[in-house]
Design a protein around this ligand. Sequence first.
Ligand SMILES: [Mg+2]
Length: 264
Amino acid sequence: MKWGRCLLGKVTTTPGSRQRGRILPPPKPEPFIGTRMTTLLLWDIDGTLTLSGGAGMRALQSALAREFGVDRSLADIDYAGRTDRHIVGQIFALCSIPDTPASRTRLLEGYLAELPAALHNPGTRVLPGIRELVPRLAARRDCALALLTGNIERGARIKLGHHGLSDYFHFGAFADDSPLRNELGPVALRRARERLGVEFAAERVFVIGDTPHDIECGKVIGARTVAVATGQYSREELERHAPAFCFTDFSDGAAFFRAVGLAE
Ligand SMILES: [Mg+2]
């Protein structure tokens, strides 16, 4: 199989990628055979798989203006590594909007409506190496890919779907499950058990992300942590939080396979 490449945001022939405006479906995975599957890779999205060029913030800002008549910058909100539900709480506090379930639904539904258009910006892209790594990993029968992300699931699917990557990840833990990232790891492990019938050994679970929050939430479940400096944190900053592995980016696929202990 030929692996596609992403050059300056132009995507070539990877299955699941956009090609002349169409999204090609990724190859159907082989049926999982529990006894052979030993490795679980839990992926963050923003700053790890893709960059959205501030689309999330702009979609929230538009939804805030449309739904609540509040027109203000949300640039000073702390987004990195936070869950969408945590961010909504910050926004309501900042704008003195009563934080009720109904208000949350209005803002998040507004956000989801605005997000697809907001993703059409020059800063949106798949991060280095991901177009090669993800299809290769998804085609293997000895490892499973899943999401461990602060996005609500529908937002995650929109962000990944924009790049044709959503179907590589069959399940995950999302902000829908908890506003606290550290509570998402156990949810991801439970979903893996339910979906795959596999109890992964802690040392064969890898939490992959771009912030200290990802490292922390991986350590909470005893997983090995893989940090990548393609988001807002430098490699030096991430290394201070002692991840098991730290990458500048994932362009060196062989190094990634070595880190997670999978033969190429
Ligand atoms: Mg991130």
